[in-house]
Write a protein that binds this ligand. Structure first.
Ligand SMILES: *Cc1c(COP(=O)(O)O)cnc(C)c1O
Length: 375
């Protein structure tokens, strides 16, 4: 054993690793809750860091999860989420072949980038948005061009000014995580009309089910008119299946046919597919209950934060941002010491800001009390 280890040569990493991987800093996920509770010496933890739905999965999804027959774990899942795609197509009036299901919306980001980008290409998005578009592009060797937000929202002019002949995809997060800002249908249409098919436009609608304003656009309804549009959705946020990892994209038949070549079959497990299918059966009641909670607690949180004299940024979505008169990473540690987990925003290029996910009222109250203590 040990002699083998001694004779084994070290891999020549200077030669083996591409420059764009060498220079990429890996994202460090937070430790499991029990480890964090030990580190911070707390006996409870309010998770307000990941935009999880505090109501949990819908009743239909719960039934499927609780009743999953163990022997089925030994069988491979449907490789292309066959029944789920049929149901999505029926619900949204599209063709089942217009959907690709992935291991979370995170995975479908990779389908899009792999399908369209080659050496020398770039993608365009905002500087302060969901970071995975930028990360996947960068560690795959493609340039991520970032347009600064304007008034906390995606800036159409800024995005257009970064697009060139090598731009393959523009990513718009609508509503934007973390600022909650959003483009209405007229603005989205104007942007799509400007590009006129030269780029793929991804609209990430991870939080669209939270949006209550009638002017909020439904990307799926625009697919017929804009064959270069790709819409991302997820079962993680509104539908509370984040732990099962399932999300999807939808686009025109031609564009999805291309992306299908870059997607890994069997990446979506059986339980995730069946829970997602079940949650579509009682989605409306679940959405209504969640929206009511989010509306009420978001108003409470905004009121309390404003009362403390803090700048607050909130829009659509199940989260609120606040600017603190102190370091956000220090605030994170001091809140953790009270069993309250928020997202510090330095990593999102928002130093001194924190993002708080909407939770149940006791969690919101605990956060407000905890914050008062550290300010
Ligand atoms: C959470 C999130 C996703 C990814 O969700 P999955 O859990 O991977 O389905 C994608 N986009 C945005 C904006 C998100 O906030």
């Amino acid at each position: 054993m040990s002699s083998l280890a001694v004779s084994g040569r070290q891999p020549d990493l200077t030669r083996l690793v591409p420059a764009y991987v060498k220079s990429f800093e890996a994202y460090v996920p937070s430790k499991p809750d029990p480890e964090l509770m030990r580190t911070y010496r707390v006996d409870h933890l309010y998770r307000l860091n990941n935009n999880e739905n505090p109501l949990g999965p819908s009743p239909r999804a719960r039934t499927v999860i609780a009743g999953f027959p163990p022997p089925r774990a030994s069988l491979y899942p449907s490789g292309d989420a066959y029944y789920l795609r049929l149901r999505l197509a029926e619900r949204f009036g599209l063709d089942p072949e217009q959907f690709l299901v992935g291991n979370g919306a995170n995975e479908v980001i990779t389908f899009a980038i792999k399908a369209f980008c080659e050496s020398g290409d770039n993608i365009v998005t905002a500087d302060k948005t969901f970071a995975v578009y930028e990360w996947v592009a960068t560690f795959s060797g493609f340039e991520a061009r970032l347009a600064p937000l304007k008034d906390f929202g995606f800036d159409d002019e800024g995005l257009l000014s970064l697009i060139d002949g090598r731009t393959k995809i523009v990513f718009i997060c609508n509503p934007n995580n973390p600022t909650g800002t959003w483009w209405d249908e007229a603005r989205l249409r104007r942007f799509l009309d400007c590009l006129d098919g030269r780029q793929i436009v991804v609209v990430d609608e991870a939080y669209c089910e939270f949006a209550e304003d009638p002017a909020f656009p439904d990307g799926l309804k625009l697919l017929k008119e804009y064959p270069n549009l790709v819409v991302f959705r997820t079962f993680s946020k509104m539908f509370a299946l984040a732990g099962l990892r399932i999300g999807y994209l939808a686009g025109s038949l031609e564009v999805v046919e291309v992306m299908r070549r870059t997607c890994v079959v069997y990446s979506v497990n059986t339980l995730a597919q069946e829970a997602a299918l079940a949650t579509m059966e009682d989605a409306d009641a679940h959405v209504a209950a969640t929206r009511e909670l989010v509306r009420r607690e978001k108003a409470y949180l905004a009121r309390e934060l404003t009362g403390l004299g803090l700048a607050v940024q909130a829009g659509e979505g199940c989260f609120v941002m606040a600017r603190l008169p102190m370091s956000d990473t220090l605030a994170y540690r001091r809140l953790m010491a009270q069993g309250i987990m928020i997202r510090s925003m330095t990593g999102f290029r928002f130093p001194n800001w924190i993002r708080i996910s909407i939770g149940l009222h006791p969690a919101m109250e605990a956060f407000v009390q905890g914050l008062k203590k550290i300010l």
